[in-house]
Design a binder for this molecule. Structure first.
Ligand code: NAD
Length: 510
């Protein structure tokens, strides 16, 4: 039986032991009779129980979003901008509160959680420029007396389904552009760490976002399927693992929805013999073990070319004992626990199976896990991995860095390009010509040159290739605006004006 922690997680409106839905601007307790546990991964204890939505509860959230839609989409751009600046200010003021919720339920260290909120905030800031982003085109005198212009309009009620590993930032990637474009929103966050989404809903209300514009429903497959099948939901954004991303994309599009579904990853980092080995080792350790490897842009696989392999492995090995694994609330912790006990055991299983498949366990994280009931695992370094081995093929999503040795740059690129995933990749080299060739020929959506986690800034768009993305548009940035709007082209002809009036007041926009 799971022990329930003495100290509940503090929410903005008090204690948050039971985590309920947020519909129409208020907390709505679930009535499905189904719920799930939320843990503090550093303590290994349950801290809350989250309601799981029924089909009817999803419909209730959609009805609330539909009711709010006409006024929200009719709100002037300047007023919506003003609201977004207020949202930006409130999220900024409360970034540490949000980060603490992330650490409490996800386990990532507080500094990393602060970084997550900061990157989400950048997307909100981008959306403060929504009048500029929604500008259309105008062609005067396309024909005699005829003008043609294009406008972008919102889709209606749209939904987001998000993963456990970025409980604040990934929802911000979705709701911020969706709302800025004039849509209303239903969010189904991960059931593993749902508090940040409820907290965000309270902040949006405080900022002045009208009730029903932003709704949060919790749950599992039942809730997701109800979203995918609901006739009034016009678009679905999903971020999560590849099998579910594929399912979400296929089911949503089958039901006539626009869909973007971002999936898993196996991000390769190529280290060439001319690379700055210290820089490459620092980058690999940071990008492989940060957030316990539970990042879709984590570097999980290094491809070491030629004689750099031994030097690189030695440099990584020297850094590993200095990685401080501990409770994310402790200021000196650099890496927290894994999100659940089951996930920790699964990740440890990859390390356990490596030798049997012909790989070499250079550092075994099972031996350095901190004591206690938390879902702990130390960092692991595996060498001699090859395609066909489980530790090479699978997205491990834990603090495990694999190394594959090859002789040439061409072999290294071939490995990256033949991998079924294509989220991020990086190359470490001093040779600009090779780096440029890599950028030109590599099959991945986000490329780093001496940068290990090339998450695009908010005014570009984020997305992978191959099995890392199902759909046509990347998320946030210009493609996010495009995803959450549809174009309309107007062709107009007018008689010459016959009326006019005098008004000496300064023109108002609201
Ligand atoms: P997940 O696929 O298990 O869950 C994601 C969402 O889908 C959750 O809201 C969950 O409740 C729901 N879900 C789970 N099983 C479902 C099912 N059978 N039917 C319908 N819905 C279901 O992913 P996760 O474990 O929460 O997150 C980790 C994964 O997300 C990793 O694979 C990681 O690479 C990926 N991810 C990708 C990106 C990206 O941008 N490409 C970003 C973050 C995370």
């Amino acid at each position: 039986m799971t022990e329930v922690a003495e100290a509940p997680i503090a929410g903005r409106s008090g204690e948050l032991k039971r985590i309920s839905h947020w519909i129409g601007g208020q907390t709505v307790e679930g009535t499905s009779g189904r719920s799930g546990p939320v843990f503090n991964p550093a303590k290994g204890v349950q801290t809350a129980e989250v309601d799981f939505a029924s089909v009817e509860e999803i419909d209730r959230a959609v009805q609330a979003a539909m009711a709010a839609l006409p006024d929200w989409r009719a709100m002037s751009l300047s007023r919506r901008t003003e609201l977004f600046f207020r949202i930006r200010q409130l999220v900024d003021e409360h970034r540490e509160d949000i980060a603490k919720l992330l650490t409490a339920e996800h386990g990532k260290v507080l500094s990393d959680a602060m970084g997550e909120v900061a990157r989400g905030l950048e997307v909100i800031e981008y959306c403060c420029g929504i009048p500029e982003l929604l500008k259309g085109e105008f062609s005067e005198q396309a024909s005699s007396g005829i003008d043609v212009y294009s406008i972008r309009q919102p889709l209606g009620v749209v939904a987001g389904i998000t993963p456990f590993n970025f409980p604040a930032m990934v929802p911000m990637w979705m709701w911020a552009p969706a709302l800025a474009c004039g849509n209303t929103f239903v969010l189904k966050p991960s059931e593993k760490d749902p508090s940040a989404s409820v907290y965000t809903a309270e902040l949006l209300k405080e900022a002045g976002v009208p009730d029903g514009v932003f709704n949060v429903v919790h749950g599992d497959k039942v809730a997701v399927d109800a979203i995918l099948e609901h006739p009034e939901i016009k678009a679905v954004s999903f971020v999560g693992s590849t099998p579910i991303a594929r399912y979400v994309y296929e089911t949503a599009t089958k039901h006539g929805k626009r869909a973007q579904a971002l999936g898993g990853a196996k991000n390769h980092m190529i280290v060439l013999p001319d690379a700055d080995v210290d820089m490459a080792a620092d980058a690999a350790v940071s990008a492989a073990y940060g957030s316990a490897g539970e990042r879709c842009m984590a570097i999980s696989q290094v491809v070491a070319v030629g004689d750099v392999a031994d030097r690189f492995i030695e440099a990584v090995k020297a850094r590993i004992p200095k990685v401080k694994v501990g409770d994310g609330m402790q200021p000196d912790s650099e890496m927290g626990p894994l999100v659940t006990r089951e996930h920790r055991d699964k990740v440890a299983g990859y390390v356990a199976g490596t030798a049997g498949e012909g790989g070499t366990v250079v550092v075994d994280g099972r031996e350095s896990a901190p004591e206690g009931d938390g879902f702990w695992l130390g960092v692991s370094l595996l060498d001699d991995l090859k395609p066909g081995m489980k530790a090479y093929d699978d997205e491990i999503f834990g603090p495990v860095l694999g190394v594959t040795r090859v002789d040439t740059y061409d072999e290294a690129v071939k490995l990256v390009n033949e991998n079924p995933y294509g989220n991020g990749t990086a190359i470490f080299t001093r040779d600009g010509g090779v780096a440029r060739r890599f950028q030109f020929e590599v099959q991945a959506g986000m490329v780093g040159i001496n940068v290990p986690i090339p998450v695009p800034v908010a005014y570009y768009s984020f997305g992978g290739w191959k099995a890392s993305l199902f759909g046509d548009t990347h998320i946030y940035g210009p493609e996010g605006i495009s995803f959450y709007t549809r174009g309309k082209v107007v062709t107009s002809r007018w008689p010459d004006p016959a009326t006019s009036k005098v008004d000496l007041g300064f023109p108002q926009t609201r």
